[in-house]
Design a protein around this ligand. Structure first.
Ligand SMILES: [Zn+2]
Length: 427
């Protein structure tokens, strides 16, 4: 945390609980490897007048020595995490295109006209909209009231609820069981994975398929993505623990694909064991399971080494920014995501070092980063400014940002990429 800001360190158990056992295999075999707290909630961008009211929590990463799932020990109450979530997926062209392509893939591979798709964590309808354009019946579950409103305003069918077996039962009563259930970037956020997979099983027809996208632990480890390890992400999945969890509920993974979204994710395809319309098992499943072993994800020492590497990178990034500022360079942030909150707080870089963070989402403009309180501004302000360096927190949208900020680059502006190695571009 920055020494210049005051943050309330939240008390347990009103605000959070600590896991004693693994969320997947339920064994009391968690090996902590990285302590990052106290940290504010990475997505809790707040109004300037509310600065000083943000909560901070301990943040401890652990790996289960039983099933190898990597997870956050502290579970912040989900009402605090997601009731006023400020991420609208449709504001990002990369995500719009990604979900339009996913809708096309699902339609081609699995869907007949009139069949139902249920999207869990539907956000602002970023997947529902392209599905509906393909004449697929699509219904979303979205617990964040402000986001569900945006989806409904765009004409999507959205039920404002958290995923649970009871909510799934109500949905099936109203719409019937689903041919396909999707959950993209949702599984990292769920504390009770057993309840979630049970609910998905309630939603599915006997020949129903579940397709999920999660950020992929091997990508996190290989590129030192500590900036994804915030409280909202309770788990960092790999294939082996997921397969174990699905098997508990009579489900099996039949296909998997690595996808570039969010700096490295996997799309996992799941069916019921004994489905009346079984899909063949792809060799990609065994290939990724083997890769996870080759990367040492079954060894706690791999994560102890990872912790040392990310802390060294944090120190180098902080020093690089402070050196630039000392030499009179104007350094601003670009992309007010959870990654920005993490880097700014881990490095203790307040508005004195980074006067603002640019973000295209109107939901975030006018707010400040929790903890360090850097103001969030519209891209127009950045374009009218004379910044020398943009610390690109949104390095996962690097080509999209470079295309939008050609003038900045043309007048000699440079991007500072925080990961996998802090570096200025062009060099
Ligand atoms: Zn486990």
């Amino acid at each position: 945390m920055s020494g210049t800001t005051k943050v309330i360190t939240a008390e347990e158990p009103t605000h959070f609980t600590r896991r004693e056992n693994c969320r997947i295999c339920r064994q009391a075999s968690l090996h902590p490897f990285l302590q990052l707290g106290p940290m504010p909630l990475a997505g809790a961008f707040l109004r300037p007048q509310d600065a000083g009211t943000e909560l901070a929590f301990p943040l401890t990463l652990a790996v289960c020595t039983g099933c190898r799932e990597v997870q956050t020990i502290e579970t912040v109450r989900r009402e605090l995490l997601f009731k006023d979530y400020r991420f609208l997926a449709s504001t990002t062209a990369t995500l719009r295109n990604h979900f339009a392509a996913l809708a096309g893939t699902l339609n081609e591979r699995f869907l007949s006209p009139g069949e139902l798709v249920v999207d869990i964590g539907a956000n602002d309808g970023v997947l529902l909209k392209p599905l509906e354009r393909l004449s697929v019946r699509a219904v979303g579950l979205e617990p964040a009231a402000n986001i569900a409103r945006v989806a409904r305003a765009a004409g999507c069918h959205v039920i404002e609820e958290f995923l649970s077996p009871a909510a799934a039962g109500r949905l099936v009563e109203e719409y019937g069981p689903a041919r396909v259930v999707t959950a993209c970037n949702v599984f990292a956020h769920i504390d009770d994975m057993h309840e979630a997979v049970n609910a998905i099983s309630v939603l599915l027809r006997p020949d129903g398929l579940f397709v999920c996208e999660v950020h992929y632990l091997p990508d996190l480890v290989e590129t030192y993505q500590v900036d994804m390890m915030y409280h909202e992400h309770l788990m960092h999945h790999s294939l082996r623990p997921l397969a174990h969890l699905f098997a508990t509920y009579g489900l099996e993974i039949f296909d998997v694909a690595r996808i570039p979204i969010h700096c490295g994710s996997i799309r996992v395809y799941v069916q019921r064991k004994g489905s009346p319309r079984p899909e063949p098992r792809s060799p990609a499943v065994s290939q990724l399971l083997d890769l996870e072993i080759r990367l040492g994800l079954d060894l706690p020492s791999t994560f102890d080494a990872f912790a040392g590497q990310v802390l060294a990178r944090r120190d180098r990034l902080r020093q690089l920014v402070l050196d630039l500022v000392e030499r009179g360079r104007r350094v601003v942030g670009y992309g007010a995501s959870g990654r920005a909150t993490m880097h700014l707080n881990l490095c203790g870089l307040g508005p004195g070092a980074i006067p603002y963070v640019v973000d295209a989402s109107p939901e975030r403009q006018g707010r400040v980063v929790p903890g360090t309180r850097n103001p969030i501004v519209a891209p127009e302000l950045f374009r009218a400014d004379t910044a020398d360096v943009a610390l690109l927190f949104a390095y996962n949208y690097r080509s999209e940002v470079a295309a939008a900020e050609q003038e900045f680059l043309a007048r000699g502006g440079r991007f500072l990429l925080p990961l996998p190695e802090p570096v200025l571009e062009p060099r």
